[in-house]
Design a protein around this ligand. Structure first.
Ligand code: RTP
Ligand code: MG
Length: 136
């Protein structure tokens, strides 16, 4: 199987808590390749684009505030079945329920400040890569 690409965010809590190395190290140790990586602080407009499927949800306004609250690291990772592999490493959305051994299960106690984002399908991955890394 050829490599698959996925869009990953190390959200502002990861940067704020000094966990970029820890989280990135897990993806690297797993064997995924870093194709592109950039630290940036985003505005609400970019957050709305990225989270287009969630903008009408009750939880979106505080999520928007959170993801625009400070620098985050956006990256494109590649590898066999990278989308599923990343989501397995990330763990369940709610850090309190995520299994130990996962990034969220080991490092987060929040349903919002859960450290990481990973694309959920090939279509989402290509859409999100186009938003964060146009032309890649
Ligand atoms: P992600 O998109 O960040 O990889 O996470 P996910 O697929 O596991 O979760 P998703 O349902 O796509 O939700 C996106 C992000 O919104 C925040 N969230 N807050 N009820 C809540 O307060 C709530 N639900 C979700 C989380 O930051 C989640 O990662
Ligand atoms: Mg999601």
């Amino acid at each position: 199987m050829t490599d698959q690409r996925t869009l990953v965010l190390l959200k502002p809590d990861t940067v704020r808590r000094g966990l970029v190395g820890e989280v990135l190290g897990r993806f690297e140790a797993k064997g995924l390749s870093i194709v592109a990586m950039q630290q940036r602080t985003i505005d609400g407009e970019l957050a709305d684009q990225h989270y287009a499927e969630h903008v009408e949800r009750d939880f979106y306004p505080p999520l928007r505030t959170f993801v625009t609250s400070g620098p985050l690291v956006a990256l494109v990772l590649a590898g066999e079945e990278a989308i599923e592999v990343v989501r397995a490493l990330n763990g369940a959305t709610d850090g309190r329920k995520a299994a130990p051994g996962t990034i969220r299960g080991d490092l987060s106690v929040s349903n919002r400040e859960n450290l990481v984002h990973g694309s959920d399908s090939p279509e989402s991955a290509e859409r999100e890569i186009g938003i964060w890394f146009p032309g890649l």
